[in-house]
Design a protein around this ligand. Structure first.
Ligand code: ADP
Ligand code: ADP
Length: 222
């Protein structure tokens, strides 16, 4: 099934005449692993922000699981959709330094009414999955870069999202660590059928994807 369908997407920023993004049509299927590659300023962040329901100021149609999500403008509804379908992984991990691994992953639930005990069991299970079984009570600064990225992947997995959006997940890691992180991403793709949309500058990293889309001047080349 199609998980993402875009048509006639056009985005311009204020005081710009050229399109930052111009996508006549794009379909991503459930379970696909897609790499996005392009030079700085080519529109990768713009693209990711639209896919991630973070930017709604654009023209065109965006269907997420057959649902017309461009019509939705309420922040609460968008946030609920993000929690339901999407997990985010960033280049610089975006972990909070004064919180333990466990609390970093639990953070989105601190204000929820779910009992912490069941949530904690789930977090420990996910930490085991990403290879951080005994690190729950450490702080991010006590971990290596690769371990910090595993924490952020665990955080992305907490709601069991259908789609993982990864913005340069290996951009801050050395080559050997990058490949280990990509092995984990590939495992999530193959064993849990996650749809992965990943921006990368690295050809080696892009090789893990089923499909690479190049982006230049806001246009996609498949
Ligand atoms: P953005 O996503 O906003 O374009 P990035 O953090 O991806 O910003 O990139 C910042 C700068 O660093 C850009 O000039 C980009 O081309 C460069 N850059 C980022 N990651 C890499 C990388 N792995 N190899 C080479 N250049 C990179
Ligand atoms: P990338 O992530 O590939 O570096 P971006 O999506 O950040 O590319 O940028 C695409 C184009 O949109 C570039 O020309 C950039 O200068 C422009 N742009 C991005 N963000 C803004 C903004 N907030 N205001 C104006 N122009 C922007």
């Amino acid at each position: 099934a199609d998980v993402i369908q875009l048509s006639q997407i056009q985005k311009t920023y204020d005081r710009q005449s050229a399109y930052a993004l111009n996508i006549p049509s794009l379909t991503i299927q459930d379970g696909e692993f897609v790499a996005i590659m392009g030079p700085s300023g080519s529109g990768k962040s713009t693209f990711i922000n639209i896919l991630g329901l973070l930017d709604t100021a654009y023209q065109g149609q965006y269907q997420l699981n057959q649902k017309d999500v461009h019509q939705i403008k309420s922040d609460r509804k968008l946030s609920r959709l993000r929690n339901q379908y999407l997990g985010f992984v960033f280049q610089n991990f975006k972990l909070l330094r004064n919180y333990t691994v466990l609390d970093n992953i639990n953070l989105p639930h601190i204000y929820s009414k779910k009992p912490f005990a069941s949530q904690k069991a789930r977090i420990l299970q996910i930490l085991d999955q990403v290879g951080l079984k005994d690190q729950a009570h450490k702080y991010p600064t006590q971990l290596s870069g690769g371990q910090q990225q595993r924490v952020s992947i665990a955080r992305a997995l907490i709601n069991d999202p259908q789609i993982i959006i990864a913005d340069e997940p290996t951009g801050a890691l050395d080559s050997a660590t990058s490949l280990k992180i990509m092995d984990l991403m590939q495992q999530l793709h193959q064993e849990q059928h996650k749809t992965i949309i990943m921006v990368t500058h690295s050809e080696l990293v892009a090789e893990y994807a089923d499909r690479t889309i190049k982006i230049k001047d806001g246009r996609l080349y498949q």
